[in-house]
Write a new protein. Structure first.
Length: 472
């Protein structure tokens, strides 16, 4: 057993007691940052390319600042308060819900207000102990299916954003999407995307640490070179043209901080839709966090004899607070990152590593100009890669049990096919309740799931219900 240290920082973080050293913690902090730094590019692209109900878009520079700031602050708080090598940042999948599910139905401040409310509710669930109750209510197969469906949805968004797949305009008698702009691939930007996809999957297959970030950087450099030497119309790249910025360092733009309306969405959508949107946010945040916290703690050898995470309630409360902070800063809900495993692999065992990771995110506040030169064609391959990583969880679903497999299947396919995460979750929940009932296993369905399925039935049938009740 390691000897206790006289150093106060060592004692506070229990670095020696957990068999680590300052050197390992620092290396781990760097490894975690460089593994998850891609979010500084992807979050602004996902949120910045979407329009709200009124056609407004969020500013890229402000999004980079908000993303880096919340990640820095909440990662440090998790390190000090939770003493786990567990970094936090805007959640992939969660930001897709905000961008493509919430924003089209309301203004951006209203959408971020819902994220804020979601975070408050998660904190309440933690304090009351209901978070674990909800965790147990949903069968594992549907939890995995939600992640898989979000993965396919994110990958589809990547293909669309890059122009690899496009909608056929005005053609209702053919397939709804096609390869490239005219049934084939053409143009330098598409080539950049294809190179990026191949590079990303090659690095992932080689299990290179920081594969996604490396791919984004290399593909962006290729895009900048091509843009300099080839005659390419700026519009061909989309919203972001890969041109060398005049300044590498810039002043952080905090314009989005506080630009949220906690109750604005209540006047934008109906009560049932509002409940389901919040429910979707909570679901998307809920299960990834639990899996990530347990997985990282287990890999670091920090689980106790009963397999429990140390200070779990405190850790989950900080994670909920990260969602609150993400909404307040318009950075989308922040959550724990499985990429923290890279830091654990380098020897990190305490929250001291988070001080390093959080410090690097704070430093990134001043390098927004670099993030703003990344075109969609260089960032989209990362979305495809993340889709694959989430898709890998499909192996945990028992496809021999049709009472679980059919709802899981509907959850997975309805998300990308309807371009809606909420629709996928609803289809899965309703199918699960119905199938369990017809098989005489209704008692196996938790009452919370019955309630959710009833809400989704109203959600899907809202139009005929309104007609029946003569409600306009």
């Amino acid at each position: 057993m390691p000897e206790p240290s006289a150093h106060p920082v060592d004692r506070f973080f229990r670095i020696t007691a957990r068999g680590s050293t300052f050197g390992r913690e620092i290396r781990g902090g760097f490894a975690t940052f460089f593994t998850m730094a891609y979010i500084l590019v992807l979050n602004p692209i996902i949120l910045g390319t979407a329009e709200d109900k009124y056609g407004n878009k969020l500013d890229g520079a402000e999004l980079v600042t908000a993303t880096a700031l919340v990640a820095a602050v909440m990662t440090v708080i998790m390190g000090v308060g939770g003493n786990l090598p567990l970094a936090l940042a805007a959640g992939l999948g969660l930001n897709a819900v905000v961008a493509f599910q919430l924003a089209p139905q309301m203004s951006w401040p209203d959408a971020m207000g819902l994220v804020f409310v979601e975070g408050i509710l998660i904190c309440v669930l933690v304090v009351t102990g209901l978070r674990e109750a909800v965790m147990h209510a949903i069968p594992p197969a549907l939890k995995y299916a939600i992640s898989v469906g979000i993965g396919l949805f994110i990958a589809f968004i990547g293909f669309i954003d890059a122009g690899f797949a496009t909608r056929i305009p005005g053609d209702t008698g053919s397939v709804p999407v096609q390869l490239g702009a005219g049934g084939h691939l053409s143009g330098w930007p598409i080539l950049v995307f294809c190179v990026g996809v191949l590079l990303t999957v090659a690095l992932l297959a080689r299990k290179v640490r920081g594969a996604i970030l490396i791919s984004i950087v290399v593909t962006t450099v290729i895009a900048v070179i091509i843009n300099e030497i080839a005659d390419i119309a700026p519009a061909a790249w989309g919203l972001t043209v890969p041109a060398v910025p005049d300044d590498v360092v810039g002043t952080p733009d905090f314009g989005l901080l506080g630009a949220f309306s906690p109750f604005g969405a209540f006047s934008e959508v109906g009560a049932v839709t509002l409940v389901l949107l919040i429910f979707t946010l909570i679901l998307s945040d809920f299960f990834d966090t639990m899996g990530t916290v347990v997985g990282i703690s287990s890999e670091a050898g920090l689980l106790d004899d009963e397999g429990k995470v140390p200070h779990l309630g405190r850790v989950l409360l900080i994670d909920g607070a990260a969602a609150v902070a993400g909404g307040a800063a318009s950075a989308s809900s922040n959550t724990s990152y499985i990429e923290s495993a890279a830091g654990v692999g380098e020897g990190a065992r305490t929250g001291f590593a988070n001080l390093v990771t959080g410090g690097l995110f704070a430093l990134a506040l001043f390098f927004a100009p670099l993030a703003l030169i990344v075109p969609a064609q260089a960032a989209a391959p990362a979305l495809v890669a993340v889709g694959f990583l989430l898709m890998a969880q499909v192996r945990h679903i028992d496809w021999e049990r049709w009472d679980l497999a059919i709802p899981a299947f509907l959850t997975v396919v309805v998300m990308p096919f309807t371009y809606s995460i909420t629709n996928g979750i609803g289809a899965g929940f309703v199918a699960y309740v119905v199938i369990k009932t017809v098989l005489g296993k209704a008692r196996e369905v938790h009452w919370l799931l019955w309630g959710a399925a009833a809400l989704f039935l109203v959600y899907f049938g809202i139009d005929p219900i309104e007609q029946l009740l003569d409600v306009k």
